[in-house]
Structure formats: structure tokens, C-alpha cells
Design a protein. Structure first.
Length: 226
């Protein structure tokens, strides 16, 4: 028998989690649940699921995960950023259909956003699509994403131009440092020496005309590169 798609459900309402688990079809294998930001990050790191079904608004954030979180960051965003980098894909499942919530969680790294009015069959299909690498949105929410990312097309072009100054390895180092990783953690993640990390960071700061890792984090955040 083929193994199902391994899923973690993150929602602060236990009744909803139980109902959703019961409604998902046999292609989905729920390997964990969580009700807040810290426990979600812990469960995701421990189980390495294929997909996380993630509520947008969760207790327990900000200031959790591998790096400092913005004070206006939602719980869903904190979970995604706290688990980065990871091969796990995130699918937002929320009662909110506000454009701001949709855009924020997609920018944080979610692969889709569906509302809690979706049926078990619809959620299962969305999980399958996201696991396969597709993006999934409830019909009326897709327009929010298209409008938002169309509006920042010019900013993206500027960011791309600035990134062209960095080598591929320098970009990898830049993203990890900007996310709050220590030099030792970057070295372990990329299988390079700490001295090499220091060399790359110096080159990144020089090429981007920045003076510290704090400025680098702000630079990357403004360009949505985290």
C-alpha cells in the first residue's frame, strides 16, 4: 500500500483539528498536531511532514523559532519562518479571507491558502496539489495574490538586480545570516568552514554596501528575500 502524504495540522481549536483529521481522505496521513507557534515549530521539525495545514492566526508568537520575529507578524508567518529552511510545504487553512492575511502568509512562504469553508475532499485535493508543487487558492482569494505580487513587480526587479552582484553561494549565506543563523549554523547547513562563512559575509556586506548583519536582515526583509 502506498504511503500517504504526511501532514501536520496546526490550529488552536482542538475540535476543528479532530474534525479535519476525520474528514481528510485516505491519501493523507496526519503525523502530528499543534495548537500554537512553539509547539508547531517543534512538531514540524520532529516529523518533517510533506505538508503543513496551517491556521494564519495562532497564539504563542512572535519571538519564536530560529530568529527574531516582527511584532506585527501573525502566528502562521512565525511558524513558516521558524521552520526555514525546510522542504516542507505550507498550506494556509483559515477562517479569514482578508486580503492582508492571504498576502502576508504567501509572502512568508506558504504555497496556498484555502478557507475553512472547504470540504474534506477539497482540503485533501489541495494537500495533494501542494505536495506535488502546485499553488492552491480558494477561488476568490487568488485575485488578492495576483494583485499584490503585480504591485511589487518593480520592487522585485530591483531586488533581482542587487542579487546579481552576489554569487550563488553568497546568496545562500546571505539568506541564512539574514534569518538569524549564527556563523557556526550556516557552516553546518552548507557544509563549509566557519572561516569560509566569514569570508562570504564580508563579500556580501561589501557588495551590497552594508555595514552589519542587522542591516543585512533589514535589507533582505524589505525585499522579501527571507
Amino acid at each position: 500500500m502506498a504511503e500517504g502524504i504526511r501532514v501536520v495540522i496546526v490550529d488552536d481549536h482542538s475540535i476543528f483539528r479532530s474534525g479535519l483529521r476525520a474528514d481528510l481522505d485516505s491519501s493523507v496521513d496526519v503525523v502530528g498536531e499543534a495548537a500554537d507557534v512553539p509547539s508547531a515549530i517543534a512538531v514540524i521539525r520532529a516529523t518533517a511532514p510533506d505538508v503543513v495545514l496551517l491556521d494564519v492566526h495562532l497564539p504563542g508568537g512572535p519571538s519564536t523559532g530560529s530568529g527574531a520575529q516582527s511584532q506585527d507578524e501573525t502566528g502562521g508567518e512565525a511558524v513558516i519562518r521558524g521552520c526555514a529552511p525546510t522542504s516542507t510545504r505550507f498550506l494556509a487553512l483559515s477562517v479569514s479571507d482578508a486580503a492582508a492575511d492571504v498576502v502576508r502568509v504567501i509572502r512568508a512562504g506558504a504555497r496556498g491558502y484555502i478557507t475553512k469553508g472547504s470540504s474534506g475532499i477539497e482540503v485533501s485535493s489541495a494537500v495533494q496539489a501542494v505536495a506535488d508543487g502546485d499553488a492552491v487558492f480558494s477561488p476568490r482569494l487568488a485575485g488578492f495574490v495576483l494583485d499584490a505580487f503585480g504591485a511589487v513587480a518593480g520592487e522585485t526587479a530591483i531586488a533581482d538586480s542587487e542579487l546579481d552582484r552576489l554569487s550563488a553561494r553568497e546568496q545562500e549565506v546571505m539568506r541564512l545570516i539574514a534569518r538569524g543563523y549564527a556563523y557556526k549554523e550556516v557552516a553546518a547547513e552548507l557544509f563549509i568552514s566557519i572561516k569560509t562563512v566569514e569570508t562570504h559575509v564580508s563579500a556580501v556586506l561589501r557588495k551590497l554596501q552594508l555595514s552589519s548583519r542587522h542591516e543585512l536582515t533589514a535589507w533582505a526583509s524589505e525585499r522579501r528575500l527571507l
